[in-house]
Design a protein around this ligand. Structure first.
Ligand code: EPS
Length: 352
């Protein structure tokens, strides 16, 4: 795969910190730490979040690649410290001398990575799976996405999201009540949201190879958010019900310029942006950790058991939508830099 904007993240849910290194950022782009922190705050919010969010107040530290507010072209390193780490210092210690079984658990949580992850990495203590598989790592992904959004913003490309459904309800005024009901019942809820990116240039992505199709890349980026189970580009849901005449967006002319009256394609044709708004829908499953637990198996003695529970969100759909904005922003910056890329903002501006 062609990659221009790349990043890796590291860090455990209750470890010292979450880290990301971004590679491929050209020089001269303004980076606001305040903006990154606002995005982190958005991810922590939303009705139905759990008690961990009362502990954390995520803020980022930039430790490389930015000088006097602008990218230098060097790798950018981002760090978010976990406040909760002070309660877990010994439990997640890197030192063999600190070995403890405190907070170990062996009862698989259905819906989580526990079972397959412990088989794959040969872990007896499911804590070793939980710590990295936790959605906590989406905090640092949102920080990376906030950097990506600032690159896009320089070219007037803006993204936003809106929650459309929580559980069975699509009525916004009923969302809180629906979450309260689930909470009372020791249950959890998923949801569905839309993502929109405006002012898209024509021709990001490509039709020439399967792995360069922009819709495919967006689907991968969104599907890999923990708990996302379905992604639709534009009117993907109805694509099988509508006829060709109904579905496809006719190409019309006004004052010599191309425009569309509909956007069922969601702004992507042939794996490329077509200049219309990019419109993507994603569906999140209910969080698998529940106060009233599901039936499972205890891996220590293969007995029947109830799933492990510490604490959890009742509904994290609003946070999920913020994470999704970040993921898609990263995909778009990558495509943007592949198309218009240079080593500095000035070079890119000339090509754009
Ligand atoms: C999360 C932090 C985690 C979870 C949540 C996401 O914190 P803790 O495990 O300490 O409560 O609240 O992750 C899950 C619910 C999950 O299933 O992975 C966060 O920062 O978003």
């Amino acid at each position: 795969m062609l990659e221009k904007f790349r990043f890796l993240t590291a860090g455990e849910s209750h470890g010292k910190c979450l880290t990301a290194i971004i590679e491929g950022l050209p020089s001269g782009f303004e980076i606001s730490v305040d903006f990154i922190n606002q995005e982190l705050k958005r991810r922590q919010g939303g009705y139905g979040r759990g008690d961990r969010m009362k502990i954390e107040s995520d803020t980022v530290e930039i430790t490389s690649g930015v000088r006097f507010g602008k990218t230098t072209g060097a790798p950018v390193t981002l760090v978010i410290y976990n406040k909760d780490f002070e309660n877990w210092e010994k439990i997640l210690s890197v030192s063999a001398e600190d070995y403890t079984e405190e907070k170990s658990f062996t009862k698989y949580r259905p819906g989580h990575a526990d079972y397959a992850g412990s088989v794959k990495y040969n872990h007896k203590d499911l804590r070793d799976v939980l710590e990295r598989s936790s959605a906590r790592k989406t905090a640092i992904e949102v920080a990376v996405g906030a950097v990506a959004k600032q690159i896009l913003k320089q070219f007037n490309i803006n993204g936003y999201s809106k929650v459309l459904q929580i559980g069975k309800t699509t009525e916004e005024e009923d969302f809180y009540a629906e979450i309260d009901k689930a909470k009372e019942a020791g249950n959890t809820l998923g949801g569905r949201f839309v993502l929109v990116f405006e002012n898209m240039p024509v021709g990001l992505g490509s039709y020439v190879h399967w792995d360069r199709m922009l819709d495919g890349r967006i689907a991968q980026a969104l599907m890999s958010i923990p708990a996302v189970k379905a992604v639709e580009i534009g009117n993907g849901r109805q694509a099988c019900e509508l006829t060709g005449r109904e579905f496809h967006d006719e190409i019309l002319l006004k004052d010599g310029k191309i425009f569309r009256e509909t956007n069922n394609a969601g702004g992507i044709e042939g794996g490329m942006t077509n200049g219309e708004n990019l419109e993507v829908y994603a569906t999140m499953k209910p969080i698998p950790t529940m106060r009233i637990p599901l039936r499972t198996v205890d891996s220590s003695d293969m007995s029947e058991a109830e799933a492990h529970f510490e604490r959890s969100d009742v509904c994290a759909i609003e946070a999920c939508a913020v994470v999704a904005e970040a993921r898609v922003a990263c995909v778009l910056v990558n495509e943007f830099l592949l198309k218009y890329g240079g080593d500095s903002l000035e070079e890119i501006q000339k090509r754009y």
